[in-house]
Design a protein around this ligand. Structure first.
Ligand SMILES: [Mn+2]
Length: 464
């Protein structure tokens, strides 16, 4: 069995090690310092004859044994590494020190440095952060406990982060839908967000400012009152709780305010509440929060903090992959698949652009086809276009290291319609009437030709 040979520099560090509690397979040794030569720490043997290769060999080190050096003294660390290397070439060494830096040490093929007291300090700070979250949970529960009906207000056209955060708050407060509904001044519109509430069975009620009178408690999640216009309804200017990660605004009152602008998602704050409260996070809730973080940070890309990463890792262990797949890959209707089949029969990747023209389809189909189209060999850009009502709607995806999709779409629709988006995904809408006025007709062949040219120009043309 392999052992850990712990080598402590002086009596204080040896005692510190002893207080933390040595593991069973650890051989505890120490090198006395001149200032306290006789104080033998309990459970430790002193390195006989001092720091020499012979003293190390007396410990009978075997292949597979690991060494730990516990010291804050550079000369000691250097000497110890040399002596161990001489006695047992290439022995793995862990250096525990807050003061000794790796670059000052002799070369060694298997050396790792980490903190000493700072390791414990970091753990303590983390526990205090959990405690701060627990305090917040206690405040929230105390405040809302006596209220009969709590409105959990999200932004208009709620997004996954807001929906998941609101749902988590309801669970945290031990409420059900009738006494703590998720509410919004606008309905959930985007197809991917609808897919989320349908897959998770979460209900978001659309309300008017007057409807708020039925609630004797109001919590705002992922939003602040001033978002509801320059002169927000009186009822939302004085609320009970605001939990958000957007830049802090003024002009309203709230009893509890938890705004963490360094976080990528409000779902991260709620995840920390649930963890601090020691609550079991079931698969449905974990999946909602995971998707909330994922969509607000664009899969832990921009504006992601280490707190978001930690929450994501925690939720990932508890989420349901099947449920997440249903949110991210909503069911394709049969007529959508047929339209895709016809479009694929004429598929081609030209100038790195893969354009699929679908004809008349349900709007949800278009972004899904755009996702799929990016898998074509040689495609840096994927565009799926279809006719929805009296509009030509198209979704755009790219591989990420090319021009920003949002900028490209804005150029394509300039003077014709509306569009925009992010680095790697975007959407554009051109009324068919406007399209016909410019291109003469809106046949599938015409749409294909016009979009292909417009995208080539927008992608490869000059900078603005
Ligand atoms: Mn958010």
């Amino acid at each position: 069995m392999s052992r850990r040979i712990i080598l402590c520099d002086g009596v204080d560090l040896a005692r510190l090690w002893g207080h933390i509690g040595a593991a069973e397979d650890e051989v505890l040794t120490w090198v006395p310092r001149e200032d306290a030569p006789r104080a033998r720490p309990l459970g430790f043997r002193s390195l006989q004859g001092g720091l020499t290769p012979e003293a190390i060999l007396k410990l009978n080190p075997k292949l597979g044994d690991e060494f730990a050096l516990v010291t804050e003294d550079l000369p000691f660390a250097r000497a110890a590494i040399s002596v161990i290397s001489e006695a047992v070439p290439e022995a793995p060494i862990l250096l525990l020190s807050d003061r000794v830096e790796t670059e000052d040490l002799p070369n060694h093929s298997c050396l790792l440095r980490t903190g000493l007291r700072s390791l414990i300090r970091d753990d303590i700070d983390e526990e205090f952060a959990h405690l701060a979250n627990l305090e917040r949970v206690v405040e929230l529960r105390t405040l809302f406990e006596p209220r009969e009906r709590i409105g959990i207000l999200l932004q208009p056209d709620p997004d996954p982060d807001g929906i998941a955060g609101g749902y988590a708050l309801r669970v945290l407060l031990g409420r059900k839908r009738p006494t703590a509904p998720l509410i919004s001044f606008g309905e959930v519109k985007r197809p991917e967000n609808r897919a989320m509430i349908e897959a998770l069975g979460i209900d978001v009620r659309t309300v008017t400012p007057e409807d708020l009178d039925e609630f004797d408690g109001l919590a705002l999640i992922d939003v602040q009152p001033t978002v509801f216009g320059e002169n927000p309804p009186a009822r939302v200017r004085s609320v009970d709780a605001v939990i958000d990660h957007h830049p802090e605004r003024s002009g309203y009152d709230t009893v509890i305010r938890d705004i963490r602008t360094s976080y990528g998602a409000t779902s991260t704050i709620l995840t920390e509440y649930l963890r601090a409260a020691g609550m079991e996070v079931k698969a449905r809730l974990a999946t909602a929060l995971l998707y909330g973080i994922k969509s607000d940070t664009q899969l832990l890309g921009r504006e992601t903090s280490s707190d978001d990463m930690a929450a994501f890792a925690f939720l990932h262990a508890n989420h349901s992959p099947a449920l997440l797949r249903r949110i991210e890959r909503p069911a394709l209707p049969t007529d959508g698949l047929r339209a895709l089949g016809r479009a694929l029969s004429r598929t081609a990747v030209e100038d790195g652009i893969h354009l699929l023209v679908l004809g008349r389809v349900g709007e949800d189909v278009i972004p899904q086809v755009a996702d799929l189209g990016l898998q074509a060999e040689g495609a840096e850009w994927s565009i799926a276009a279809g006719t929805v009502g009296s509009d030509l709607v198209f979704s755009v995806r790219n591989v990420g290291y090319v021009r920003a999709a949002g900028d490209v779409v804005r150029r394509v629709v300039e003077g014709l319609g509306v569009g925009g988006g992010h680095r790697s995904m975007a959407k554009g809408i051109i009324p068919l009437k406007a399209f016909r006025e410019v291109y003469g007709s809106a046949t599938r062949a015409k749409i294909r030709e016009a979009l292909q040219n417009a995208f080539v120009n927008a992608i490869h043309g000059g900078e603005d």
